[in-house]
Design a protein around this ligand. Structure first.
Ligand code: NZQ
Ligand code: ZN
Length: 386
């Protein structure tokens, strides 16, 4: 196992009806800014519950954080924080609202141009406002990690950043909050969590059986409950709860501690979202099968382990087993109703040059666990994903 430091200060409060715990989780004298997305949180009654739990605290509100949150919108929230002298942020929503809140938390305390936070991937963040979250969409793990991804619309850039100052203080995980999700968002959540797990597991062996078995259990859980979530005529609490916990555990740092990590699928996927507005999880479903095939030699040992332990593939030559494991992965995404080819999103070979140019512009030229996914390799991956 590789050396690592593991630190995660986020308190999790999990279960039906737990939004009311905000009354004690948020400091009593806090001047709160509640941040949320479009119409969903109001329509589902979650905002009303949050307002009730916050009681007589000073609470201002900032709505309209879009899916794939933008710098342009978030800077308006930063101005509101300064105007209202906010000292505590509360995100109510999915990954986009939570990521946006992390940016606001850092930007409100930042000296200089806040876009620099993205350009330096967060290494220049030295303080941030404290914040908590109420999660309404299990997918990103943002509720228990210190990362975020922000889009700057005017330049078509979608960049990640992270900082030790950006762990949520607490996150309320109420699985019943997922009951109003459209099936497509539920499917996105399953696939995003699946790919997060894969990107920390499917690299090369470093004799880390705890991380491996934990990752395999997350993958098996998602394979098990994913199709059931789509087929159920009514939401089933346990399936929603298991999805929520699996998605949180997939990206809170635990399975990635002490093991090599890939993340090339995510970085290529971010360019697809920035330029072509494809949902985050869908970009991953397009890129991952092609990437696994491209990297089948470098990932050989783990691909065989993945095939055997996650999909029960034991027959055939090594290459046949690896192909079967990649096919099973693609088939799982398709069974979740998520297309895995660029052509299914109306995109052809003509978009690849610009995608590669953007990867280069963003410094994404040495991706993957070996740093050997160069722009030429990314191009082959995208061509194979057509
Ligand atoms: O805007 P509203 O009206 O609230 O609708 C949202 C949004 O349109 C809706 N929604 C959320 N909860 C709902 C609901 N609708 C009905 N009922 C509910 N309970 O769902 C739509 C999508 O929400 P969004 O937050 O965008 O989805 P997700 O959680 O998948 O987040 C995606 C963003 O997270 C980033 C992605 O890049 C993307 O920008 N990621 C963040 C990561 C992190 N911080 O660690 C890692 C991930 O890899 C990912 O990159
Ligand atoms: Zn993701």
């Amino acid at each position: 196992m590789q050396n690592f430091e593991f630190y995660n200060p986020t308190q999790i409060v999990f279960g039906a009806g737990k939004v009311e715990a905000l009354s004690s989780l948020v400091p009593p004298a806090a001047r709160v800014l509640m941040l949320y997305g479009g119409a969903s949180a109001e329509k589902t009654g979650t905002l009303a519950e949050v307002r009730a739990a916050l009681g007589s605290r000073q609470v201002d509100e900032f709505g309209g954080i879009e899916a794939n949150p933008t710098y342009e919108t978030l800077m308006k929230a930063v101005a509101l924080v300064q105007l209202k002298k906010t000292d505590f942020l509360l995100a109510v929503g999915g990954g986009s609202v939570i990521d946006g809140t992390k940016f606001v938390a850092a930007a409100a305390c930042f000296e200089g141009d806040p876009w620099e936070i993205l350009l330096q991937h967060g290494s220049n963040v030295t303080q941030a406002l404290p914040f908590g979250t109420v999660l309404t969409l299990p997918a990103t793990g943002s509720e228990m990690n210190n990362g975020a991804v922000i889009t700057r619309r005017e330049i078509g850039a979608k960049l990640p950043f992270r900082s030790q100052y950006l762990f949520p203080l607490f996150s309320v995980l109420d699985p019943t909050k997922t009951y109003t999700l459209p099936l497509a968002q539920l499917a996105n959540g399953v696939v995003d969590a699946f790919v997060h797990t894969v990107e920390q597991y499917l690299t090369y062996p470093v004799n880390a059986p705890v991380q491996d078995r934990f990752a395999e259990s997350l993958l098996q859980t998602l394979i098990d409950i994913g199709p059931r979530l789509l087929a159920a005529p009514e939401p089933v609490y346990d399936d929603r709860a298991n999805l929520m916990w699996a998605a949180t555990m997939a990206l809170n740092g635990l399975i990635g501690a002490g093991v090599p990590q890939d993340w090339a699928t995510h970085m290529i996927g971010h360019e697809l979202t920035a330029l072509h507005h494809i949902d985050h999880a869908r970009t991953l479903a397009i890129v991952l099968p092609a990437l696994l095939n491209e990297c089948r030699d470098a990932k050989r040992a783990k691909l065989l382990q993945y095939g055997e332990r996650v999909w029960g593939i034991t027959a055939g030559s090594e290459d046949e087993r690896i192909s079967a494991a990649i096919d099973k992965t693609r088939d799982f995404f398709e069974r979740m109703g998520i297309a895995t080819r660029l052509s299914a999103y109306g995109l052809g070979a003509d978009v690849i040059d610009t995608l590669i140019a953007q990867l280069e512009a963003h410094g994404m030229t040495q991706l993957g666990e070996h740093g050997d996914i160069t722009p030429a390799v990314s191009r082959r991956i995208l061509e194979a994903a057509l």
